[in-house]
Design a protein around this ligand. Sequence first.
Ligand SMILES: C=CC1=C(C)c2cc3[nH]c(cc4nc(cc5[nH]c(cc1n2)c(C)c5CCC(=O)O)C(CCC(=O)O)=C4C)c(C)c3C=C
Ligand SMILES: [Fe+2]
Ligand SMILES: [Fe+2]
Length: 359
Amino acid sequence: MKFQGSPGFTHAQRDRIGVLVTNLGTPDAPTPSALYRYLKQFLWDPRVVELPRPLWWLVLNGVILNIRPRRSAKSYATVFTDEGSPLLFHTRNQANALSTMLQSRGHEDLVVDFAMRYGNPSIPSVLENMMQQGVRRLLVVPLYPQYSASTTASTFDAVSDDFKRRRLLPELRFVNHYHDFEPFIAAAAQRIQAHWAEHGRADKLMFSYHGVPKKYLLNGDPYFCECHKTSRLLAQALELGDDEWMTTFQSRFGREEWLNPYTDETLKSLPAQGVKSVQIFCPGFSADCLETIEEIGEENREYFEQAGGERYEYISALNDRPEHISALADLVQLHLSGWQAPEADPERQARARAQGASE
Ligand SMILES: C=CC1=C(C)c2cc3[nH]c(cc4nc(cc5[nH]c(cc1n2)c(C)c5CCC(=O)O)C(CCC(=O)O)=C4C)c(C)c3C=C
Ligand SMILES: [Fe+2]
Ligand SMILES: [Fe+2]
């Protein structure tokens, strides 16, 4: 095995701290061929689908990749804009705003960038770029508030797979979750309150999270519990009574049982129970994407209205709202503690100057 070196390396280059923000990833275009590439990479990840590989290879390549790319491309076409996929442009905007906010808080020499677990910009390409800019201490921040092996651990796999081929490794810190981080809860509560100020309240506030197969919970994934904790803290922050809110799980895939109650089935049943108006917020999605805009904003609205519901409002994600960026900056600063910025260390600065002068 030949490990990849760092061709541009010089001793005079100052060590820098990097912050890599990541999210799930999205197809490059709303076309069947782009969807084929994206879904093939995503659904072949053993963290996402935990079925025996030979069986899953047959189902994925024999059935799913023959049907789903065309179907999903149609859904994606309804959410893509001139700026591209919402997940991509929101994540880019978040990283830019985070960089600006951290600079304004005195972190002037941080390298802040973003990457996607699947698709582009890929984690290896962005890591390479950051290493070339002198990043020797790296904080990875997956924008998944709740930990799940299928998302958070999969991101760790991608970072460590990249490290496996490198000679020079940065020091690594990795944010596992922030489902109960007070500034995050406060930002989400503020988002909901802003919606109420504009539109008033509804009979029920639903917190809808992306689901995972129920067996992941039974096998020890804390995701379900972390979702419930986020909901409970949000309900507390908003001073909601027990019958004013609920937690549900969306985006089921395949036939096996997933975390429940399911968002779609719940919405179909609520009008018959006297709930005529609902507002839905998705606290697990840090950025709007197909699963919020199309699935919650459109598809589930129809289920609720067809079942007799009268008022349905989707409360958009935190995206690059200032309160979200501020919460993320708090999270980054918490995790950077002890990693003094090189400029703030006078001894190191003097050493770097002397070294630069002697070369
Ligand atoms: C097949 C299993 C899947 C698991 C497990 C899963 C977990 C999971 N996903 C997210 C966040 C997102 N998922 C998104 C899209 C999406 N998810 C799956 C499947 C699983 N997800 C598929 C096949 C797709 C693609 C769309 C489709 O064909 O239906 C997205 C949106 C991406 C976008 O481009 O907009 C997000 C975000 C979480 C948080 C999670 C586990 C906790
Ligand atoms: Fe998903
Ligand atoms: Fe979906």
